[in-house]
Design a protein around this ligand. Structure first.
Ligand code: ZN
Ligand code: ZN
Length: 424
């Protein structure tokens, strides 16, 4: 029996698949969103997620949702654009739709995203077109995304196993088997394979909060990552007035929500100019369908000055050349090696899961909510404190059972935080 299997309660095993799906839907609505009676819900989902969407919609109306509206995406239709669309298509994005979504959020709607598209969908497509299309949609969705990243509204993301994604995660399995295995992995990672998932999430949230409070009380000026194999020796300066976050948040609209299901991380904002040393990724990074393997990077004064990978190096170089901020860090996160996702040993090819499997850093945009008073600051004020800004935000895993992490105080003294991947 694997560790992940040990995390499945016998009561949960006895449920039918529909009942398990229903539990995920209930946790998404009650814990993930904390949806209020009278609140509108805007959902996005791959078309294959329809059974989960229906369950979520049912739970949303049961708690009194005003209206549930779902936008569906379809992988083969997306692929057609890259195969047959005119060149102008790749600099275009539906601003009109993104404005409408932002308006719904401003008027009080909650947002739920179901993650499940094929991570390798665009792997064979022209990377320049993919990058252009990403820039176009990032720009168009900025007003809506800002309301989300600033936690003005309650929002969450949950996952749905889909066939192409499952075949990527479990290659060599028959499609049905792969999908069933991916669902099981999602249920365990999402902490719903227990007797009482709502109670489990309340406890898990409280534990994360305790850790976050402790880190915030320390006011470290930097973190020092050092792996036992010597591949990583990295000092990550923390932004002035940085705040640690993790688990649930009270959104600007006063509603308590868990923005990611699953979530295992405590994270904060690094100082964009104070990152120095070398770091090696502990897991491959799946980016737009390409696996970037054995990333090794050297930072000087916060900026990447050298980046190599044994596979996907060109994709990595294109990524860090997106804009100036793409070479600098926007997030640093601590995740214990004993997290259920790390223990499952599954590489999900999906950030929602993989970033909760190991301590990680992210290139690009910082979260303004990870700075004291940051949600009310403009770009210039955020930059002054050291918060990075970029069109990208890409997490990559550096933690493992070999990683030691110290907190560094303003006077230079080191305090052990993690030893061999576990909290001290
Ligand atoms: Zn993170
Ligand atoms: Zn991140």
């Amino acid at each position: 029996m694997s560790v992940a299997e040990a995390m499945i309660s016998t009561k949960f095993s006895a449920l039918t698949f529909d009942q398990k799906l229903d539990r995920l839907a209930e946790v998404a609505v009650k814990i993930g969103l904390g949806l209020r009676a009278g609140q509108e819900l805007v959902m996005s989902a791959p078309i294959e997620a329809l059974p989960l969407v229906r369950r979520i919609t049912e739970h949303a109306y049961k708690v009194g949702a005003l209206l549930v509206t779902t936008f569906y995406s379809d992988d083969p239709s997306v692929l057609s654009r890259f195969q047959y669309g005119p060149d102008g298509s790749f600099d275009y994005a539906p601003v009109w739709l993104q404005e409408a979504i932002a308006t719904a959020f401003r008027n009080g709607a909650a947002r739920l995203a179901i993650s499940g598209t094929n991570p390798a969908l665009l792997a064979g497509q022209d990377p320049t077109k993919v990058a252009r299309a990403n820039v176009a949609i990032s720009k168009a969705s900025k007003p809506a995304m800002e309301l989300i990243t600033r936690h003005e509204i309650n929002w969450t993301i949950v996952a749905c196993a889909t066939s192409e994604w499952a075949k990527l995660v479990f290659p060599g399995e028959l499609e049905d088997v792969a999908v069933a295995k991916l669902w099981e992995a999602i249920f365990v990672a999402s902490r719903i394979a227990v007797d009482d998932p709502v109670a489990e999430w309340q406890q898990h949230g409280a534990r994360l909060k305790q850790r976050v409070d402790l880190l915030n009380a320390k006011r470290f000026s930097a973190l020092h990552f050092k792996s036992e194999d010597g591949g990583t020796d990295l000092t990550v300066g923390l932004a002035d007035d940085h705040l640690w976050a993790g688990g649930g948040t009270t959104a600007g609209n006063g509603i308590y929500c868990q923005p990611n299901i699953p979530t295992e991380e405590c994270f904060t904002t690094p100082h964009k100019d104070r990152v120095d040393g070398v770091v090696k990724a502990s897991k491959p990074l799946s980016h737009q369908g390409t696996l970037i393997e054995n990333i090794a990077v050297r930072f000087e004064g916060g900026r990447i000055v050298e980046a190599t990978a044994t596979a996907g190096e060109d994709v990595l170089n294109r990524l860090i050349s997106t804009d100036d901020g793409a070479r600098r860090l926007g997030e640093v996160a601590l995740v214990p090696h004993s997290s259920p996702i790390a223990q499952s040993g599954v590489l999900f090819w999906n950030t929602l899961f993989d970033e909760n499997a190991a301590s990680h850093i992210a290139l690009g945009q910082a979260y303004s909510t990870c700075l004291i008073g940051g949600d009310k600051m403009d770009a210039a004020q955020l930059a002054k404190l050291g918060a990075n800004s970029s069109l990208i935000h890409v997490d990559w895993m550096i933690g493992s059972g070999e990683m030691n992490v110290d907190g560094v105080a303003a006077d230079g003294t080191h305090e052990p935080l993690m030893r061999r991947g576990e909290w001290v």
